[in-house]
Design a protein around this ligand. Structure first.
Ligand SMILES: [Zn+2]
Length: 576
């Protein structure tokens, strides 16, 4: 989640909240702005990081709402797959490091350096290939305060209506290194993570994975949680005077899934209502694709002071229990989709971000088709179509940070991505489409609880999967839509009794995408070999090109509408 534009009402609601927060923060210590390096997520890893296999992370973190500070001890174990003279982690340099030890031996101060948020730890003796190092980092400080979570991330130190602390973290764009030492790259996942979060009693911590109990001492509570294969930005702090609703879901795969919803006091009825949506959402994903990937942990949702984020097994939910005109909570659905597209299948590099957001965004219209049929599916697609801007290519083939993608193709990664999938599905049919997406998610076509684990993927792999399943070559299709900013244009010309069609691509390459034409209410499929085709029209025939809206293509009427909306928005801003 991180759409960069919202409805006007939502933007207003958010700016009001930010204002209230900044007033409350006036008397508290401000967080210092991290370096550009720390603010970026997914910077290419160093050779040392590439040689460090992240085994386990054990993070103890004390959150103090009074001072908005954290103090932590991260115990991280890495296995070397080459000789390592130093270890390289990442941590915001504004968090002061108190000590570092490796395999129980303290590192000298001179062996620790963190000039810009990249933490170098020089080892007194090199780690040999196959050896494991257990690194313990003690640190404390004031982590970055989010300016506008989840888009501009960090910690949110909010309060409930009754004045209780209500805390959240959201760091998708900036990365895990804003508050714990990690490898801030999509491929920096540990195999297992234990969390011990300490907060003032009686606050509640809604955590990732499985609850392992609570200790209480001297007015502080420590909540213990444990999660397997967490995505790096999926680790989140969620603290409040929460109440918990629990239920379970009998999966079609035979397992029973724990359902947990942490909500603020006073919202129990609304939260119960939201929970009614959990079962149909689960059934949709499980029937279309396969098992909920974290069925042995939980489906978790927590009410947050920001709009939302796909934190693994503890989805941040801040949509104020509102349903869309389609009668469902689109935000919950979108974040939940990321358990499949983002947390189970993770992009190897942010350059492939559309594998998270394009797929997760396609899930909402697809859910509407499952729930309500064709009208709501097509309306859902059209709502997204109006938000495609085509300013930047979606995939560059180079290593990209999350911010570079957000500031480049931005929302196109969501809605253009969704439309590419819609178009692909129309061409290859449901059988091949769902098989391809299943392979992308699970790496196998027969996923069952226990026979798969989280995996990484790439755009290239998805194209290979589609080629393999359809026994056809689709590289031209993906290249046209993903590597060019502008959309393919379908030129049409009626020449007497002949309708001529031609695809036009910015680089002039061929685009042999078949086109349906309705001629006197009968569908004719034009093969478009070499990107061109023509059909005979009877005298006085009426015709409609692509009558079922199966194709993503340049549409001048939509461009004109978007330009008009943008001009009005600019004018409104200028008048303010
Ligand atoms: Zn998303």
């Amino acid at each position: 989640m991180k759409l960069s534009t919202l409805s006007f009402a939502l933007i207003l609601a958010f700016s009001g909240l930010a204002q209230a927060q900044s007033q409350a923060q006036a008397t508290l210590p401000a967080s210092s702005e991290p370096t550009a390096f720390t603010m970026s997520s997914g910077t290419e890893r160093t050779p040392e990081q590439l040689a460090m296999l992240f085994e386990n992370a054990d993070l103890s973190l004390k959150l103090d709402p009074q001072t908005r500070s954290v103090s932590g001890n991260a115990v991280l174990s890495f296995k070397a797959n080459a000789e390592l003279k130093r270890l390289v982690l990442e941590l915001d340099k504004n968090l002061r490091i108190e000590s570092v030890s490796v395999n129980g031996k303290a590192l000298a101060n001179g062996a620790i350096s963190n000039p810009e948020g990249r933490l170098f730890l020089n080892l007194s003796q090199p780690l040999q290939k196959g050896e494991v190092a257990e690194v313990s980092v003690r640190y404390q400080g004031v982590p970055r305060i989010a300016k506008r979570a989840p888009w501009d991330g960090g910690f949110v130190w909010s309060q409930t209506a009754s004045g209780a602390p209500w805390i959240a973290s959201a760091v998708q764009g900036e990365g895990c290194d804003l508050f714990w030492p990690c490898i801030d790259h999509p491929m920096g996942k540990p195999k297992l993570m234990r969390l011990h979060i300490t907060v003032p009693s009686p606050l509640v911590v809604a955590g990732n994975g499985i609850a392992q109990g609570v200790d209480e001492k001297d007015g502080w509570r420590t909540y213990h949680w444990q999660i397997k294969h967490p995505s790096t930005y999926g680790i989140a702090m969620n603290v409040g005077p929460y109440e918990l609703l629990e239920d379970s879901y009998q999966s079609r795969f035979g397992n029973r899934i724990a359902l947990k919803m942490w909500h603020l006091p006073g919202n129990q009825e609304k939260a119960k209502h939201l929970m009614i949506e959990f079962a149909p959402m689960l059934d949709f994903f499980e029937s279309k694709f396969g098992p909920y990937p974290f069925g042995d942990e939980k489906m978790g949702v927590v009410e947050t002071p920001h709009l939302g984020m796909e934190h693994q097994t503890i989805n941040a939910y801040g949509n104020e229990y509102k349903k869309s005109p389609h009668g469902y909570d689109w935000l919950l659905h979108h974040e939940f989709a990321h358990e499949w597209f983002g947390n189970q299948m993770t992009n190897q590099n942010w350059d492939d971000f559309w594998l998270h957001e394009g797929f997760a965004s396609y899930m909402q219209p697809l859910y509407l088709q499952y729930l309500r049929g064709e009208r709501d599916y097509q309306v859902g697609m059209h709502e997204q179509r109006l938000r495609i801007v085509n300013k930047f290519p979606m995939v560059t083939g180079r290593s990209m940070s999350e911010k570079e993608v957000a500031n480049g193709p931005g929302n196109d990664v969501y809605f253009k991505g969704s439309h590419i999938l819609h178009t692909l599905r129309g061409q290859i049919g449901d059988d091949a489409f769902f098989k391809a997406v299943r392979l992308l998610i699970y790496g196998r076509n027969d996923p069952k609880p226990g026979n798969f684990s989280p995996r990484y993927s790439t755009t290239k792999e998805f194209i290979q999967i589609v080629n393999q399943i359809t026994k056809k070559e689709w590289n031209w299709f993906f290249k046209a839509y993903l590597m060019h900013a502008a959309l393919p244009e379908l030129l049409s010309k009626r020449d007497g009794n002949v309708l001529k069609l031609e695809w036009k691509l910015p680089d002039g390459s061929e685009f042999p995408l078949p086109v349906e034409v309705s001629v006197n209410n009968k569908i004719v499929r034009v093969a478009m070999e070499k990107g061109k085709g023509q059909i005979q029209l009877p005298v006085h025939a009426t015709f409609t090109i692509d009558p079922a809206a199966k194709l993503l293509r340049h549409e001048p009427q939509i461009e004109a509408w978007i330009a008009d909306v943008q001009a009005k928005a600019r004018l409104a801003r200028a008048v303010k």
